[in-house]
Design a protein around this ligand. Structure first.
Ligand SMILES: [Zn+2]
Length: 240
């Protein structure tokens, strides 16, 4: 099983949890750093547990654009650093939309320079992100993909991968989204769940349950979809 987006650096005992998760079938993952503070722990975990790391400034965790210059200077090529992000748009961001847009552009420039895919966080303005993907000709994924069917179709037309989250509510719209998303574009993720983190749990079984749900809607076996997700993951992030 693959976990395309989670935050191991925020967990109390990530090594213990990863060891348990590996025993339950977790084969690889992308652990996301949203500030520079947890970058070294995430890179270390990615290296030791056969995973990858992504790095970006989350729109909710940044105070001003100058933070990005410092951040960009600190980024150096690392074999386990395989994506830039999460970056994107969020109504809860302290930055207004124009500044958030500037911040996304800076991430896309960096991704383009380092030839890395982008991990998007889009709780709003999905169509604006799609325009920027086309403008900067970057590839990438939308983490915790949800929203209207129209927005999802726009992501797919921009060749973005969609990562579905175990904490997502499975509404009728979500079921339609699972149905219309080609299997070659699907990823799954656990992201970060404060309650589970408090309980010190990392539940790989919830990923299996989600894959089973999506597979059923698509008329596939869970194993076929799980294998396809693994292929999609390495297509996007590069070899093991
Ligand atoms: Zn996240």
């Amino acid at each position: 099983m693959i976990d395309a987006h989670l935050h191991l650096g925020r967990l109390k005992e990530p090594k213990l949890l990863l060891t348990q998760a590996k025993a339950c079938g977790l084969s690889s993952f992308v652990t996301s750093s949203t500030t520079l503070d947890d970058l070294s722990i995430n890179l270390d975990l990615a290296k030791s547990f056969n995973g990858f790391c992504s790095l970006g400034l989350h729109p909710c965790f940044i105070k001003n654009l100058e933070d990005f210059s410092y951040f960009a200077q600190k980024i150096a090529a690392h074999p386990n650093l395989r994506a830039i992000g999460e970056c994107g748009f969020d109504k809860k961001s302290p930055l207004d939309f124009t500044l958030q847009q500037e911040l996304v552009k800076k991430h896309l420039e960096l991704a383009s320079k380092l030839n890395l895919p982008v991990s998007f966080h889009l709780t709003s303005h999905g169509q604006d992100a799609v325009s920027l993907v086309k403008l900067y000709k970057v590839r990438g994924m939308v983490h915790w993909a949800q929203g209207s069917v129209e927005t999802i179709k726009a992501y797919l037309r921009a060749d973005l991968y969609l990562s579905f989250c175990t904490s997502s509510k499975i509404t009728a719209t979500m079921e339609e989204i699972f149905y219309i998303t080609p299997k070659e574009r699907i990823l799954v993720e656990s992201d970060f769940d404060e309650i589970k983190a408090q309980r010190m749990a990392y539940d790989v079984n919830s990923l299996y349950a989600l894959v089973e749900k999506i597979a059923k809607i698509k008329g596939l076996s869970a194993k076929t979809l799980e294998d396809q997700i693994s292929e999609n993951f390495f297509n996007l992030y590069g070899g093991k």
